[in-house]
Design a protein around this ligand. Structure first.
Ligand SMILES: Nc1nc2c(ncn2[C@@H]2O[C@H](COP(=O)(O)OP(=O)(O)OP(=O)(O)O)[C@@H](O)[C@H]2O)c(=O)[nH]1
Ligand SMILES: [Mg+2]
Length: 905
């Protein structure tokens, strides 16, 4: 039993009212502000605004030794005796006879206290004020417990667990409802219209609920009515303080469209775990008209928060589940999308632009995409397994001419006419994704539609889509790989689904990108652009680290030379200094020194991302000059001494001049090395087919003649799986889970949302435990990817595995005699790393078998090496085959030919 209240409230309760009526427990009022502050809104880091200094206290039971003075006391709350409400929303027209209440406002603290004194409240309050955007006075010390409203005079009510209490309570609800209806008519201005809430009650033991609250993962649910900003607020005014004008910068709630000025936005939106939403809008899907603005921040937040905070909020906004397109509202060829289909559609190389809920048709062969009943409006990636097969009347065509089974529209017929394609006799054309076409029944490819003269003009005149050059070459490659024109060659089997998941920094991105490169799945234009920006701004970060080092080396060198001169008899210190300045090999020219000071200052103040990559064009010549400078090169030669320089800088710095140019186009390997996944939303998917005729590392030689085999690789960051990985239930039909662990994380720590410092390896173990025990994955095959094997070899030399408490008993038996020379000591590190890997693998395997009674497969991986990732995926395929055979009747024996390491240690 825990009581939460503001410290001021608790002390007043204890001193004036509670002494006589307390139960026997003694309660210690401990300051737990740190914990509470961590769940409260982010505070402005730019201005120290006193108004945000909210103090909270926690009451916990005092268990210490007896004390001679009075300990403040608080009434313990018996949570079990409080009836529990389940909340559903219905449209205002809903004709239900359930009691309707209006949300309760927090009232004046003194009034609450006097009521406690009157012993009116046998149980805890059911509602308290949120940081209500609707109440302009908004009490700063309140905690969000229920719904909020702005009815100043609304009545608060109490609940008791007995039947009478419930009757009285229902009566009170009715009264309250009447009163609030009355208030509503008198309401002048409030931040929000009221949500119609129906609250039904159940006894604590009862599991019968009338209806659960909104459940995002259930497409069959009743969608809650969304909050809307009040239409009473005059245009231009802030919806909280009602000040400002239309020129005041404001931030907009992506759910209810309420606008807030910079003074109010943090109070109303709090820590923004789902991006820019009022606290009362958290948990609601976004306003679809705002989908295009997701992740695009306004000036207001940038002024109030640090770049890092803004970036994080924008990432939450783009990646959190509730903000994703309600995929079940997208219908393709008459079939609702599943989550995986939606991910595939969104993350393919050429996705539909501005996708909104609605009905669409998709021609899988050509990539034509359009709204149901209309002509095509886009050409997207072909061969996606989304929706049902296309229908004849998908675009409502009346021409009798068909393309890929769809009767085309009149405009399209006009296009064929302009392109001089003969459509006499109402033929049925098969058009492939590269534009090559043939008539049904004639095994002869005629030509490529897109290569017909004047097609670009024709399409733009008729408002029909025309593929870009990059799309055509991508499609041509697909056709070449398939060997033949689509029609007879379509792989109708659903792909084998692989789910790649891991903790942040475990390397899932690197492995995913590596797989893209391995299986020739091109990076989309958007991915390339994002990678380019990231690489360019990171370049300036690496340069700034080198320049800082240069400064330090310059000083050290100066002192060194001065000392040398002082030691030489007959040399004056002053003369030596003059000479020293001239000969210091780390001294930059005045211009470069100016640039150096400026860049270091930009990075130190955290403004790098504001300046770069935008200013790349301007500073490209300076980078070139710097790179050719002797002092800079001397520093670069000593880069291993600069610990702040990330390892990956070694890859990018030699290309510094090239990268700094505006014409720079990142190669696939550059994208691989650029940190993070390009779409930055934590959830990405790609599909690849392995051609049957081409040799491919994914296939065994014996299988080369088999039919095309398709795979879908879905990558998700564990941060995006929610508490206890609850969103995992959204992944249907996964065949194999690839769980990725960073082998070097055993001595690394991070601070979680509750400000608790955690060991990364232990946290990765916890996430793994959650995943393998998730009901949806009960019988699934798992492959543990122990990544960053190359780095483990380096790290284990200086940081023993025993630094992690889970690995305390790691004690490899290695004799030292054979490891004397340098070469041998390297071998020794490699051997210890090998043992380390096997030991960690065994730990995970044991845990897996204890929890599931099954066997875990493990593979060591170096995510940045193609061969290593290829081998792990190949092993994954073997695991699937093996599990498949294991599930068959016991007649067959398993021939296991894996090169991966079976850790039986
Ligand atoms: N040396 C080395 N570096 C690796 C390896 N795998 C990943 N990295 C690097 O480790 C860092 C984190 O990897 P990411 O792939 O971004 O990990 P992630 O956090 O799972 O993915 P995101 O959520 O997209 O950032 C990146 O800088 C990678 O380049 C590896 O096997 N060896
Ligand atoms: Mg990462």
């Amino acid at each position: 039993m825990v009581v939460v209240a503001s410290s001021m409230e608790i002390s007043q309760i204890s001193s004036s009212h509670l002494k006589s009526s307390l139960r026997s427990s003694i309660w210690y009022i401990g300051e737990m502000g740190r914990i509470l502050r961590s769940i409260l809104p982010i505070r402005s880091t730019k201005e120290d605004d006193d108004e945000y200094n909210v103090e909270y206290s926690f009451a916990t039971e005092y268990t210490g030794p007896p004390v001679s003075y009075d300990i403040p006391r608080a009434v313990p709350v018996d949570i079990a005796s409080i009836p529990i409400a389940s909340v559903v929303s219905v449209s205002s027209s809903g004709n239900l006879s359930l009691p309707i209440i209006q949300p309760v406002v927090k009232r004046d603290t003194k009034l609450v206290l006097s009521e406690i004194n009157d012993s009116r409240f046998g149980s805890d309050q059911i509602g308290a004020d949120a940081h209500s955007p609707s109440s302009p006075e908004g009490d700063r010390s309140s905690v969000s417990l229920g719904f909020s409203d702005s009815h100043e005079n609304s009545k608060e009510f109490s609940l008791s667990s007995d039947g009478d209490g419930l009757d009285n309570y229902c009566h009170e609800i009715e009264e309250l409802h009447d009163a609030s209806e009355e208030n509503r008519t008198h309401e002048v201005i409030s931040g929000y219209d009221n949500r119609t809430q129906i609250v039904t009650f159940r006894e604590p033991e009862s599991h019968a609920m009338v209806q659960e609250e909104s459940s995002f993962d259930d497409p069959g649910m009743v969608i809650q009515e969304k909050p809307h900003a009040s239409s009473h607020v005059k245009k231009g005014l802030c919806h909280r303080c009602l000040k400002g004008n239309r020129f005041t910068f404001k931030e907009v709630c992506i759910v209810c469209d309420a606008k807030y000025c910079s003074n109010c936005v943090l109070r109303v939106m709090g820590s923004m775990p789902e991006g820019r939403k009022c606290i009362t809008c958290i948990g609601y899907p976004i306003d679809e008209s705002k989908r295009g603005h997701l992740g695009k921040c306004s000036k207001v937040l940038k002024q109030l928060l640090s770049d890092f905070q803004v970036k994080q909020i924008m990432q939450f906004e783009e990646s959190c589940h509730i903000n994703q397109l309600p995929y079940w509202l997208v219908i393709v060829n008459g079939k609702q999308l599943s989550l995986e289909e939606a991910v595939q559609l969104r993350t393919c190389a050429y996705p539909p632009q501005r996708l909104r809920p609605g009905s669409y048709w998709y021609d899988k062969l050509s990539g034509f995409w359009g709204k149901e009943g209309h002509k095509p409006c886009q050409i997207i990636s072909p061969q996606l397994s989304v929706g049902a097969p296309i229908k004849e009347n998908a675009s409502n065509g009346t021409t009798k001419v068909k393309i890929n089974n769809r009767v085309i529209t009149k405009v399209e017929l006009l296009m064929l006419k302009c392109a001089r394609i003969n459509y006499e006799g109402s033929p049925h054309f098969w058009v492939s994704h590269d534009g090559s076409y043939q008539e049904e029944g004639q095994n002869q490819v005629k030509a490529k539609i897109w290569e017909k003269p004047g097609m670009k003009t024709i399409c733009s005149l008729l408002s029909l889509p025309m593929p870009s050059k990059s799309f055509i070459s991508y499609a041509e490659e697909m056709v070449n790989n398939d060997g033949k024109l689509g029609q007879g060659n379509i792989d109708t089997k659903s792909p084998t689904k692989l789910l790649l998941v891991g903790q942040d920094q475990s390397g899932t991105s690197a492995i995913y990108k590596q797989a893209k490169i391995l299986y020739n799945v091109p990076f989309s234009e958007d991915e390339r652009q994002k990678a380019k920006s990231l690489i360019q701004s990171n370049l300036y970060l690496y340069i700034s680290i080198l320049l800082k080092g240069l400064k330090q080396f310059e000083e050290e060198y100066s002192i060194q030379i001065r000392r040398k001169l002082m030691d030489q008899p007959g040399t004056s210190a002053a003369g030596g200094l003059a000479e020293n300045i001239e000969t210091n090999i780390y001294t930059l020219s005045a211009k470069l020194k100016y640039f150096s000071d400026w860049l270091i200052q930009i990075v130190t103040s955290g403004n790098l991302e504001l300046v770069f990559p935008a200013a790349t064009r301007e500073y490209a010549p300076v980078v070139e000059e710097l790179w050719n400078d002797k002092a800079f090169q001397a520093t670069y030669a000593r880069r291993t001494e600069l610990h702040a320089l990330p390892i990956v800088a070694d890859y990018f710095l030699p290309q510094a001049v090239e990268i700094s140019r505006t014409t720079y186009e990142p190669s696939d390997v550059d994208i691989l090395y650029a940190d993070g996944i390009s779409s930055s939303n934590g959830l990405t998917s790609m599909e690849f087919s392995v051609p049957s005729l081409l040799p491919d590392i994914f296939m065994e030689a014996t299988e080369q003649t088999n039919l095309l085999q398709r795979y879908q690789l879905i990558r998700v960051n564990s941060n995006n799986l929610g508490d206890n990985c609850k969103w995992l239930s959204m992944f249907e039909d996964i065949d194999l889970i690839l769980y990725c662990v960073d082998l070097t994380s055993y001595n690394e720590f991070y601070t979680d949302n509750n400000l608790i410092v955690k060991n990364k390896m232990l946290e990765s173990k916890n996430i793994f435990e959650n995943i393998i025990t998730h009901p949806r994955f009960k019988d699934k095959a798992f492959l543990l990817i122990l990544n960053k094997f190359d780095l483990l070899e380096k790290k284990i030399k200086t940081a023993p595995l025993t630094q992690c408490e889970w690995f305390k008993d790691f004690n490899p038996f290695i004799t030292n005699q054979s490891f004397n020379s340098d070469e041998s000591s390297r071998n020794r590190a490699a051997l210890v790393a090998q043992y380390g890997f096997q030991y960690i693998a065994a730990k995970f395997k044991r845990m897996f078998s204890e929890l599931t009674g099954r066997k875990l497969y493990v593979s060591p991986v170096t995510g940045l090496e193609a061969d290593s990732v290829g081998a792990a995926l190949r092993y994954g395929k073997e695991v699937l085959r093996w599990v498949d055979e294991e599930n068959k009747p016991k007649s067959s024996t398993n021939e296991w030919s894996s090169e991966s390491i079976e850790t039986n240690s």
